[in-house]
Write a protein of this length. Sequence first.
Length: 121
Amino acid sequence: MKVDLAKYSARIPTQKGLELAYVDYLEVAPWNHREIATELGSTRRYATVGSVLFAAAIQLSQQVGFDGRVGLHSLPHPQTEQFYQKTCKLIPLERDAAKEGLLYFENTKELAELFISEAQK
Protein backbone atom coordinates (compact mmCIF):
# COMPACT_ATOMS: atom_id res chain seq x y z
CA MET A 1 0.00 0.00 0.00
CA LYS A 2 1.17 3.51 -0.76
CA VAL A 3 -0.43 6.45 1.05
CA ASP A 4 0.03 10.12 0.11
CA LEU A 5 -0.45 12.66 2.91
CA ALA A 6 0.63 15.77 1.05
CA LYS A 7 -1.70 16.97 -1.64
CA TYR A 8 -5.26 15.69 -1.38
CA SER A 9 -8.35 17.14 0.23
CA ALA A 10 -11.84 15.82 0.83
CA ARG A 11 -14.63 16.11 -1.74
CA ILE A 12 -17.59 15.00 0.41
CA PRO A 13 -19.64 18.21 0.83
CA THR A 14 -19.54 18.15 4.66
CA GLN A 15 -15.77 17.52 4.59
CA LYS A 16 -14.84 19.57 1.51
CA GLY A 17 -11.32 20.95 1.63
CA LEU A 18 -10.23 19.07 4.75
CA GLU A 19 -7.03 17.07 4.48
CA LEU A 20 -7.14 13.34 3.95
CA ALA A 21 -4.83 10.39 3.42
CA TYR A 22 -4.98 9.34 -0.23
CA VAL A 23 -4.37 5.65 -0.88
CA ASP A 24 -2.44 5.71 -4.14
CA TYR A 25 -2.67 1.94 -4.34
CA LEU A 26 -3.57 -0.97 -2.13
CA GLU A 27 -2.72 -4.41 -3.39
CA VAL A 28 -2.78 -7.92 -1.98
CA ALA A 29 -1.03 -10.99 -3.36
CA PRO A 30 -3.16 -12.96 -5.83
CA TRP A 31 -3.42 -15.99 -3.54
CA ASN A 32 -5.11 -13.76 -0.94
CA HIS A 33 -7.81 -12.62 -3.35
CA ARG A 34 -10.99 -14.70 -3.01
CA GLU A 35 -11.83 -14.90 -6.72
CA ILE A 36 -8.30 -15.80 -7.86
CA ALA A 37 -7.82 -18.37 -5.12
CA THR A 38 -11.10 -20.02 -6.15
CA GLU A 39 -10.01 -20.11 -9.80
CA LEU A 40 -6.73 -21.73 -8.72
CA GLY A 41 -8.63 -24.30 -6.67
CA SER A 42 -7.04 -23.17 -3.43
CA THR A 43 -8.05 -21.23 -0.37
CA ARG A 44 -6.85 -17.79 0.62
CA ARG A 45 -3.85 -17.82 2.93
CA TYR A 46 -4.67 -14.55 4.67
CA ALA A 47 -8.31 -13.58 4.38
CA THR A 48 -8.24 -10.07 5.82
CA VAL A 49 -5.08 -8.53 4.34
CA GLY A 50 -6.95 -5.81 2.42
CA SER A 51 -8.92 -4.80 5.50
CA VAL A 52 -5.79 -4.72 7.67
CA LEU A 53 -4.03 -2.48 5.15
CA PHE A 54 -7.04 -0.18 4.92
CA ALA A 55 -7.19 0.02 8.74
CA ALA A 56 -3.53 1.10 8.68
CA ALA A 57 -4.41 3.92 6.25
CA ILE A 58 -7.15 5.12 8.61
CA GLN A 59 -4.81 4.95 11.59
CA LEU A 60 -2.15 6.91 9.71
CA SER A 61 -4.77 9.54 8.83
CA GLN A 62 -5.72 9.76 12.50
CA GLN A 63 -2.08 10.04 13.61
CA VAL A 64 -1.41 13.03 11.35
CA GLY A 65 -4.59 14.83 12.42
CA PHE A 66 -6.84 14.04 9.44
CA ASP A 67 -9.50 12.36 11.65
CA GLY A 68 -9.31 9.06 9.77
CA ARG A 69 -10.37 10.57 6.45
CA VAL A 70 -9.18 8.48 3.50
CA GLY A 71 -9.76 8.80 -0.23
CA LEU A 72 -8.90 6.51 -3.14
CA HIS A 73 -9.70 5.57 -6.71
CA SER A 74 -10.87 1.99 -7.19
CA LEU A 75 -9.92 -0.34 -10.00
CA PRO A 76 -12.94 -0.89 -12.25
CA HIS A 77 -13.94 -4.29 -10.90
CA PRO A 78 -17.32 -4.87 -9.20
CA GLN A 79 -15.80 -6.87 -6.33
CA THR A 80 -13.18 -4.21 -5.67
CA GLU A 81 -15.73 -1.41 -5.67
CA GLN A 82 -18.02 -3.46 -3.42
CA PHE A 83 -15.12 -4.12 -1.01
CA TYR A 84 -14.43 -0.40 -0.65
CA GLN A 85 -18.09 0.52 -0.26
CA LYS A 86 -19.41 -2.29 1.95
CA THR A 87 -16.36 -3.51 3.87
CA CYS A 88 -14.31 -0.31 4.14
CA LYS A 89 -17.37 1.96 4.58
CA LEU A 90 -16.27 4.35 1.82
CA ILE A 91 -18.71 6.57 -0.05
CA PRO A 92 -18.58 6.35 -3.86
CA LEU A 93 -18.52 9.91 -5.18
CA GLU A 94 -17.80 10.09 -8.90
CA ARG A 95 -16.10 8.55 -11.88
CA ASP A 96 -13.01 10.70 -12.26
CA ALA A 97 -12.16 11.64 -15.85
CA ALA A 98 -8.70 12.76 -14.70
CA LYS A 99 -8.05 9.20 -13.43
CA GLU A 100 -9.22 7.20 -16.46
CA GLY A 101 -12.83 7.14 -15.25
CA LEU A 102 -12.02 5.27 -12.05
CA LEU A 103 -14.60 5.52 -9.27
CA TYR A 104 -13.46 7.81 -6.45
CA PHE A 105 -14.29 6.92 -2.84
CA GLU A 106 -13.96 8.74 0.47
CA ASN A 107 -14.95 8.34 4.08
CA THR A 108 -15.63 10.62 7.02
CA LYS A 109 -14.36 10.54 10.59
CA GLU A 110 -17.51 8.70 11.64
CA LEU A 111 -17.22 6.09 8.88
CA ALA A 112 -13.54 5.56 9.70
CA GLU A 113 -14.44 4.94 13.34
CA LEU A 114 -17.23 2.54 12.28
CA PHE A 115 -14.83 0.58 10.07
CA ILE A 116 -12.23 0.31 12.86
CA SER A 117 -14.81 -0.76 15.44
CA GLU A 118 -16.23 -3.44 13.12
CA ALA A 119 -12.74 -4.66 12.16
CA GLN A 120 -11.91 -5.20 15.81
CA LYS A 121 -14.81 -7.64 16.30
